[in-house]
Design a protein around this ligand. Sequence first.
Ligand code: AMP
Length: 190
Amino acid sequence: MINIVLFGKPGAGKGTQAEFLKSQYQLVHISTGDVFRYNIKNATDLGKLAQSYMDQGDLVPDSVTINMLEAEVEKNQDAKGFIFDGFPRTTAQAEALDAFLSKKEMQVTATIALEATDDELVARLLKRGETSGRSDDQDEAKIRNRFDEYNQKTAPLRSFYTEQSKFHSVNGIGTIDEITARLTSIIDRF
Ligand code: AMP
């Protein structure tokens, strides 16, 4: 079983790459952002709770996010493995993921970061915002707030996974195919 955490700032290309990797390795792709957006669209209680945070570019509280992620994993009992996209984003989430997976005799195989500069990411997100309809992609102040959240709460996970010898990073600038090749060269080692 291969369980990959795709790591990187908003706009780094996690979702795009997850689409390729899930078919290549037959993994289940769980994007916590997508699950939240689905719940907002369907006006569920979870969606109502998450919306105010997402609209501001703030992280949704850990307890809500962790419960949701665990439920998504439980829905896929037959999975050969998972790609976690946008989770974990805090140390508490990473610790909860380790504890949850180990109860199931599973573990994170590798965490792979997609690296790009903030200026490149802002340009990508504003461009995506033209077609995605995502309000958090259309306003540079909200984008910068998402980067601040990342720097404060998510960046510490680099050392969390480095200490477990599971942290890898690839250059996230290039064509989609080039970046997929960089990722697969790491995943194929496992
Ligand atoms: P994304 O689609 O990954 O860019 O996520 C969009 C938004 O969903 C984020 O800005 C957060 O508000 C929320 N979100 C997604 N994943 C998480 C997470 N793991 N923890 C907290 N909030 C999250």
